[in-house]
Design a protein around this ligand. Structure first.
Ligand code: GAR
Length: 207
């Protein structure tokens, strides 16, 4: 059994999609054993509790990126010992050392078709605001491996979603979540746990 640690900062609808998949079809032999939040009282922690999964709040207050990454790593090393880390709406960044140590073992979900609307400052609703401001007709979601470049790691899966006339950022976010994120993330985690993702020359192949 592969141990999965899910990192969150907010409402946790992507976490819920993972929990639901685990409880129905399963996650390819993986099991969510910890939910780690950067935000105190995040609703995602309540979702974890309801599902009987251990939750942790790790504060980054007053800490540099390096210090916060080390603090998280201590928890992982001493207690959680995950085989896979999944970032499901986790809004903090990791140090290059942390990314290197867990290279090939961190998946992130991003609410656009990378390389559009990604990078520093592009998270949550900002991504959908930028997509609407540009006037794109199609957007979507991407699951990728994490490396030291924000949203820059090898792409695992993508799914396109149409932009509709009169969309608000909130409406678009909702459609991208329902039609793409909540399907793509459990699919990618399952493939990882089944050992079917291979990274070569910065690209992912699925067997
Ligand atoms: C999701 O849309 C996720 O893709 C996004 O934050 C939201 C979290 O929602 N992540 C990023 O923007 C990361 N760059 P959730 O807490 O309901 O899963």
């Amino acid at each position: 059994m592969l141990k999965i640690a899910v990192f969150v900062s907010g409402g946790g609808t992507n976490l819920q999609a993972l929990i639901d998949r685990q409880q129905t079809k399963g996650l390819g032999g993986g099991e969510i054993t910890a939910v780690i939040s950067s935000k105190k009282g995040a609703y995602a922690l309540e979702r974890a509790e309801k599902a009987g999964i251990k939750g942790y709040f790790v504060s980054g207050k007053g800490l540099s990126v390096d210090e916060y990454s080390r603090k998280l790593d201590e928890l992982l090393e001493n207690e959680v010992k995950p085989d896979l880390i999944v970032l499901a709406g986790f809004l903090k960044i990791f140090s290059p050392d942390f990314c290197k140590k867990y290279s090939g073992r961190i998946l992130n979900i991003h609410p656009s078709l990378i390389p559009s609307f990604c990078g520093d400052g592009m998270y949550g609703l900002h991504v959908h605001e930028a997509a609407l401001a540009k006037g794109v007709k199609v957007t979507g979601a991407t699951v990728h491996f994490v490396d030291a470049v924000t949203d820059g790691g090898p792409i695992v899966m993508q799914k396109a979603v149409e932009v509709r006339e009169g969309d608000t950022p909130e409406a678009l976010q909702q459609r991208v979540m329902e039609q793409a994120e909540h399907i793509l993330l459990p699919d990618a985690v399952t493939l990882f746990c089944q050992g079917r993702l291979k990274i070569k020359d910065g690209r992912v192949s699925i067997s």
